[in-house]
Design a protein around this ligand. Structure first.
Ligand code: FES
Ligand code: FE2
Length: 387
């Protein structure tokens, strides 16, 4: 099954792509990984940016992060600084690049009725219109009324905000509609943000997603944490579609509910006994990761920065009743602490994986049935990149 090493210059993205397109996509039991070059080539990364990230829908955050009028947050998506805000009309997404000399206008998150560029004080309102530009009165043919930040197309699906740079992309709401029952089950429309976590990952974006989407690594990487209650060998992958794939992660047999529930949170109402005993890991291609648990939801935006650098934007959501509990701030603090411990374990192994994948001796590896989601992501990429 192992093919020869790609016989090309290390950084030839087109050759890597043509080799990838020859990998079979029909039989999971014959699945192998993408070639390691796909995680190390700058020119292949640029192809991914052009053919995937600039064409498809990208998750950027949850509407509860900007619950009040004038709330905003910022992030960079494939090199595009974005300003995501709520104005009187609802949610809007703008380019966060000043029309003067390109400094990003807003930083971080907060609540503001206007945004003043930190370079020369040009000022924009929440409609994206330039409302002030000092000392520009001697400039010919400059009409600030005509100046607006470019607006980015977006859709909100069950509270999740998606953007696309492709004016022709098919509606994401339509694509995700087969998952609506699942989103309703976890009360997606009524969730509130418990906390957010942003961190840098020193590895390729696909490694971040693949590791999140399989439990095969629990027995090694998380042997002292997740593996006890969620043994990787019990996980299963059976439910994928053109826009997503799902890994089912059950609680161990005879495990206590306290092992899956978080002290201080109330479980979502309406879940049956079986639904109380599993979590689901969902990938909405290409960059949205969800973890659906009986009492909390994690939604992550995986934001590629370069071939070996990725930004992870993580939002943890709970029900409004949970957030109203008197000790909620301590509960949120404890949850954050617990997830950082697991994140550190994954950060370490993914950085190691990146290091190993640079080897000229590394080849595509065979995948366990517990890793079919890794193959699903590869197949999604092949389909998008063949277009
Ligand atoms: S770059 Fe924004 S005001 Fe000059
Ligand atoms: Fe992990």
């Amino acid at each position: 099954m192992y093919r020869e090493k790609i016989d090309v210059v290390f950084d030839d993205g087109d050759s890597i792509l043509s080799r990838i397109l020859q990998q079979q996509q029909s039989d999971a039991s014959r699945a192998e990984t993408l070639p390691p070059e796909a995680y190390n080539s700058d020119s292949f990364f640029r192809l991914e940016e052009d053919k995937v990230f600039r064409q498809d829908w990208l998750f950027v955050g949850h509407e509860s992060q900007i619950a009040a009028v004038n709330d905003y947050f910022t992030l960079d998506v494939v090199g595009e600084p974005l300003l995501i805000l709520r104005n009187e009309e609802g949610i809007a997404v703008f380019s966060n690049v000043c029309l003067h000399r390109w400094a990003p206008i807003a930083q971080g998150s907060g609540n503001s009725r206007s945004f003043v560029c930190p370079f020369h004080n040009w000022t924009y309102n929440t409609q994206g219109k330039l409302s002030g530009a000092p000392s520009m009165n001697q400039v010919q043919d400059f009409d600030r009324q005509q100046c607006s930040l470019p607006k980015i197309r977006h859709e909100v699906v069950f509270g999740m905000i998606f953007v696309t740079f492709n004016p022709h992309a098919q509606s994401i709401a339509q694509r995700l509609s087969p998952l609506s029952e699942r989103f309703q089950r976890y009360h997606f429309a009524d969730l509130v943000t418990a906390y957010t976590l942003d961190y840098d990952c020193p590895y390729n974006w696909k490694m971040a997603i693949e590791t999140f989407m399989e439990c095969y690594h629990h027995a090694a990487v998380h042997r002292n944490t997740l593996e006890d209650s969620f043994p990787g060998r019990l996980s299963s992958i059976k439910d994928d579609g053109p826009g997503w794939t799902i890994c089912h992660q059950p609680l161990r047999k005879n495990g206590e509910l306290s092992e899956i529930l978080t002290e201080g949170l109330l479980p979502f109402t309406g879940l049956n006994d079986e639904q109380m005993r599993y979590s689901e890991l969902v990938l909405l291609y290409p960059n949205c990761l969800l973890s659906l648990n009986p009492d909390r939801i994690t939604i992550s935006a995986i934001l590629p920065i370069s071939t070996t650098a990725t930004q992870w934007h993580r939002v943890v959501l709970v029900s409004q009743e949970s957030a109203r509990q008197s000790d909620f701030s301590q509960t949120a603090e404890r949850m954050k602490h617990g997830s950082v411990a697991i994140i550190d374990e994954d950060q370490w192994i993914n950085a190691e994986q990146q290091r190993g994948s640079r080897s000229r001796l590394a080849r595509p590896g065979r995948l366990s049935h517990l890793e079919t989601t890794v193959w699903h992501l590869a197949n999604y990429l092949k389909t998008r990149m063949a277009e």
